[in-house]
Ligand binder design. Sequence first.
Ligand SMILES: C[S@@+](CC[C@H](N)C(=O)[O-])C[C@H]1O[C@@H](n2cnc3c(N)ncnc32)[C@H](O)[C@@H]1O
Length: 221
Amino acid sequence: MNPMPINENMKEVSNEPLSKEIPEGYLKELKRQEARKSELAQLLKEALKSEERIVFEAGCGHGHWLTSYAMKAPEHCCLGIDLIASRIAKANNKKDKRSLDKLHFLKAEMTEFLEVLPEYIRFQSIIFLFPDPWPKARHHKNRMIQYPLLELLAQKIAPGGKLFFRTDDRGYYDWTIEHLEASKVWAIDKDAEWIHEEATYFQDLMDSYYSVIAQPIILNG
Ligand SMILES: C[S@@+](CC[C@H](N)C(=O)[O-])C[C@H]1O[C@@H](n2cnc3c(N)ncnc32)[C@H](O)[C@@H]1O
């Protein structure tokens, strides 16, 4: 039998596998997450096939906007993701009725999606339309726009690509402007035109909204 290992402070260190120390519920959630990600990776492989550039909508809801965009530009590969399965089902109904082969909707969470997206895929455009605003200060950490995400998206944007953000929530708009202005990887592009005008389900419910477009900062050397 192996003796119990002794660390540098000469305290006894347990030789038990780590899994014994992690709560069972947490381990189960980790396993579910791994299963979800591996299924998503497979679905992405099937959907994107040999594509290298995609128009990507984060939190696409019922897929209204992206379907309309794909009808205007059927040659572009378009992918929308959303957390809610019933919304993705509605989006896929829209796609199927129009036989848009290069349009894809998948149920996925943003962080998990970015973890399993094939490394070689680049975003031609990244679109956020009316993302959940999480207006209370203690919930701001739940907003999709955060510095680490902006860094990651900048690494994955194609040359000439842009990020499009639209919200009805003034607080979230100001937050996004602040994050883009402070970011070393994105610059606000005041002259750029909105990618495609089509009211989303949520846009239709709102009286007014605010939009911002950003382009990646190309770092030399
Ligand atoms: C207010 S709705 C807007 C939906 C659609 N863009 C529109 O304008 O009609 C926000 C959507 O983002 C999705 N969402 C929120 N957080 C997400 C995340 N981390 N990953 C993927 N989707 C997310 C929600 O499920 C919801 O459908």
